[in-house]
Design a protein around this ligand. Structure first.
Ligand SMILES: *Cc1c(COP(=O)(O)O)cnc(C)c1O
Length: 216
């Protein structure tokens, strides 16, 4: 199947759910095929790789979805419309300060470690409210959503994690004011996006189902 056919097939299943076309390891030529087929948002997880290829990518919205190191915060703020993978106070303070330097309001999502997995990045479920209250004081970031990467299981077994994310998403609506504007729930990847949508995802992040398996 071609990129164009894959993406058209996926669009049929999405309804109102937004698509982030995950383009890590994919060369600009194939990314542009996806954009021509209707993709409007791409997701990348490495600053260096994106920097090398961004000049050849057609206009689109850019989301950063990988773990961000502090020394890369400046570039992330320069390049990305949304940083979906904010996973610590330290990194959001850094993002806020770099955004202030260039007079930008940086849109971010907060990454939740929904499976409470020690090897995974993200805020703990029970600290999210407190974190949001703190971010309310930061002037150059705007919290637009929540994202998660659940444990890697069969789609049906990820369902409880998506359900829990939706509960947290609903609970966090009470904090919406000023720079807190939580509208997007980013969850679901190639193998489980159908289940994620059933459980309330507003945005899915799909790579291999569009471009085929990644070759690293
Ligand atoms: C790679 C990646 C995806 C897409 O994964 P696929 O299984 O290829 O769809 C989604 N989200 C994040 C954070 C990723 O790193």
């Amino acid at each position: 199947m071609s990129v164009t056919q894959n993406i058209k097939g996926i669009f049929k299943e999405l309804g109102n759910t937004k698509l982030v076309c995950v383009t890590k390891t994919v060369e600009p030529e194939r990314i542009n095929k996806a954009i021509r087929a209707g993709a409007t948002v791409i997701g990348e997880n490495r600053i260096q790789e994106f920097e090398d290829k961004c000049g050849d990518i057609l206009p689109c919205e850019k989301h950063f979805i990988g773990h961000l190191q502090s020394n890369k915060a400046k570039k992330a703020v320069e390049y990305f419309d949304v940083i979906q993978s904010v996973d610590s106070i330290k990194i959001i303070e850094n993002i806020n300060s770099k955004a202030e330097d260039i007079a930008k309001i940086q849109n971010v999502f907060l990454q939740i470690n929904i499976g409470n997995e020690p090897q995974k990045f993200g805020f703990k479920i029970d600290e999210v409210g407190e974190i949001i209250e703190y971010i309310h004081s930061l002037k150059n970031v705007k919290v637009k959503g929540l994202m998660c990467i659940p444990p890697f299981l069969s789609p049906e077994d990820t369902r409880p994690y998506f359900k829990k994310m939706k509960e947290i998403f609903d609970e966090m609506q009470q904090y919406n004011q000023d720079n807190i504007d939580i509208r997007e729930l980013s969850m679901g990847m190639s193998n489980d996006y159908i289940v994620a949508i059933e459980e309330g995802a507003t945005m899915v992040r799909i790579g291999s189902a569009i471009f085929g398996d990644r070759k690293y």
